[in-house]
Design a protein. Structure first.
Length: 201
């Protein structure tokens, strides 16, 4: 059972990182831009609400970020920052934020259990995995855990990430911000606001 859980939770993180580096084709969905107000929680003056009634979630994101949904091996939605400047690497986005939902194998699976297997699974897959932070926080009012870490894939591409996850109704809900290390601080405020805007509906 322990090995199965490691593969499950580690796979969440690993699949997210690989997605950023390879950008697979997924379903591009439409968005609805909402009327602007003086709400200080707006990400910028052209924010958009993403809402998925099937999974009961909602959050804000910049309207110029591409949004893609996937359902294999689990539900996920990615918000991809546009390329800017004269960067020659057009295959890897400067940053993305990915939200995912996974069914847990046991009703007794705690947030601490999930945190431990996330870290263990990542270390088993990425020898270069470096954990900078791991601390408790909240996500949509629920107890959550936040990790900050870096990885290097087999093509020597480095990414720095922040992942926040919680457990609700025997499911894990995780939001992962991934960026090129040199641009991590640049997009971090947007990532924080998107995470703070997340709601269960």
């Amino acid at each position: 059972m322990e090995k199965k859980l490691v593969l499950l939770a580690g796979g969440c993180m690993i699949f997210i990182i690989i997605t950023m580096l390879s950008l697979p084709t997924t379903k591009i969905i439409t968005q609805t831009t909402f009327a602007q107000t003086n709400n200080k929680n707006n990400i910028n003056n052209n924010s958009t609400i993403y809402e998925n009634p099937t999974y009961g979630i909602k959050l804000q994101h910049p309207s110029d970020w591409k949004i893609e949904e996937g359902t294999s091996p689990h539900f996920s939605v990615s918000f991809i920052a546009p390329q800017t400047g004269s960067n020659s690497d057009t295959t890897t986005p400067p940053a993305l934020i990915r939200f995912g939902v996974d069914n847990l194998p046991s009703k007794d699976f705690s947030l601490e259990d999930f945190t431990n297997v996330q870290i263990t699974g990542a270390r088993q897959t990425y020898p270069s995995f470096t954990l900078y932070q791991s601390h408790s926080t909240t996500l949509a009012g629920n107890p959550a855990q936040q990790l900050v870490f870096s990885t290097i894939d087999d093509k020597q591409r480095e990414a720095k990430s922040m992942q926040v996850f919680t457990i609700k109704d025997n499911k894990s809900y995780h939001i992962t911000y991934i960026a090129k290390p040199e641009r991590y601080s640049e997009f971090l405020p947007i990532a924080q606001k998107m995470i703070n805007s997340f709601e269960f509906i």
